[in-house]
Design a protein around this ligand. Structure first.
Ligand code: AMP
Length: 220
């Protein structure tokens, strides 16, 4: 059975960064509901317009909208090697819906990996981050600058962008939403016997290695 991995952790924990690395290392596909919602908002769909205001306020988008967008993406044919869910599920309702969706396909969650970090450090991490507009590679003003200022290491692009919700004030609201609605899922997946915890405060490369060891252990 192709692995279904979940990355849990507050904003700034490194879910997106590590998911992209797992794609490279294991051929899995990253499914980020945040990316899907931002794309819908940019495309100006009805759901996207509703989601935009909620995202900019640092709140969670309704389960209905998120599940519709995720189901659509999961129906695509490119997920055979397995998926890494990044930013989903974020509520008990979403976790239950995911279990149902997977059960219908004869699958289940392979592992939920909790990236454990310190809240205060997350405000600094999130406030300084930006991405290449061309390929999505992530950078940070203090922790990960491109080798040549303003030029993406990966694709050579020179347009960089920042998320509207990556500012200190909104990050605090997003952290509050995480602790109230998402952190309880750590207990939920622990109860199912699929939880792994990972200290994610260290260098990106160290976390990549530790996470890789966990994924290699559950994917065989
Ligand atoms: P992210 O890119 O994962 O940090 O998500 C950015 C924002 O998109 C969040 O702060 C929420 O407003 C929204 N969002 C992303 N994924 C979900 C989800 N699974 N459930 C509800 N809202 C979500």
């Amino acid at each position: 059975m192709a692995p279904v991995l979940i990355l849990l952790g507050p904003p700034g924990a490194g879910k997106g960064t590590q998911a992209r690395m797992l794609e490279e290392d294991f051929g899995l596909v990253q499914l980020s509901t945040g990316d899907l919602l931002r794309a819908a908002a940019e495309a100006g769909t009805g759901a996207g317009r509703k989601a935009r205001a909620v995202m900019e306020a640092g709140q969670l988008v309704s389960d209905d909208i998120v599940l519709a967008i995720l189901k659509d993406r999961m129906a695509a044919p490119d997920l055979a090697k397995g998926i890494i869910l990044d930013g989903f599920p974020r509520t008990a309702g979403q976790a239950g819906a995911l279990d149902g969706l997977l059960a219908d396909a004869g699958q289940r969650v392979t592992a939920a990996i909790s990236l454990e970090v310190d809240d205060e450090a997350m405000v600094a991490r999130v406030s300084g981050r930006y991405t290449c507009a061309g390929c999505g590679e992530g950078y940070h003003e203090s922790f990960k600058q491109p080798a040549t200022a303003g030029v993406c290491d990966k694709c050579g692009g020179t347009a960089m962008k920042r998320r509207a919700d990556d500012n200190a004030e909104t990050v605090r609201d997003r952290l509050t939403a995480y602790h109230a609605q998402t952190a309880p899922l750590i207990t939920y997946y622990d109860g199912k016997g699929v939880l792994a915890r990972l200290d994610a405060m260290g260098p990106i490369a160290d976390i990549r290695q530790a996470l890789g060891a966990i994924v290699a252990g559950v994917s065989v």
